[in-house]
Design a binder for this molecule. Sequence first.
Ligand code: ADP
Ligand code: MG
Length: 266
Amino acid sequence: MSTLLDIRNLTRDFRLGSSTVTALDNVSLTLNAGEILGIVGESGSGKSTLARIVMALDLPTSGTVVLDQQDLFDLNPRALRKARRDFQMVFQDPYGSLNPRHRVGRIIAEPLHLIADAPKGSQRRAMVGALLADVGLDPEDQDRFPHEFSGGQRQRIAIARALITKPRLLVADEATSALDLTVQRQILDLILDLRRKHGIAVLFITHNIGVVQDICDTVAVMQNGKLVEVGTAKAVLDAPSQIYTQRLLAAEPRLDVIGRKARHRS
Ligand code: ADP
Ligand code: MG
């Protein structure tokens, strides 16, 4: 399988007055096309800093990110804009991440500004409708407003928005953390479905190690900006080598024990 994402020796220091916080400390990871990589670690371990850098929303102090053979921080603004369609993100807060004044159709179509010859009018409407169906909602839901939907449905809308540019990589930063466990389960099943259908690779970031159990191929564990353990999901979760990982496992409920295939609309 080919390497889609190559994270090389990323370090990110934040200067706070006279002191420095090292949010990321020499982190290297790779992700193959179509694979799901879980990044777990307690709050403050550097997960969101990593996500922001992979999304080219922040610059590392040193190190680089290579997506599909392109060094993201070597691209000129025009080339970076073009590359952006290949990686999209879903955030934690299903309430704050959708503009309440816009209809769902407009929200989902928003990333199309990255594509010069993107479809318009009825073609665009059909495209948005198909995506809504893909994430388990009704194509006609594009005429409604975010407040008409539950938290789980809003995350489905956020996922549809992320998919509209046909990205090769989806970065989900605590995308299920604000949802109750049953709804989390449904969103995880949706992500698995989308991977199966579209072959999309996912960087799945969560403080809750119990969530990654049965969706990730590989799991990386972070502590204080460092990668402390990385391996197949089975190896890391069934036989963690680090006490820190064992502690994370002991602290969290495991989602695999909750109705594995609850596929109702959330
Ligand atoms: P996580 O997502 O795992 O909770 P973060 O990546 O948000 O962790 O944060 C890692 C560390 O970097 C924390 O100590 C946090 O306070 C610090 N940090 C993150 N962003 C900034 C920033 N913009 N300025 C200063 N410190 C930051
Ligand atoms: Mg975070």
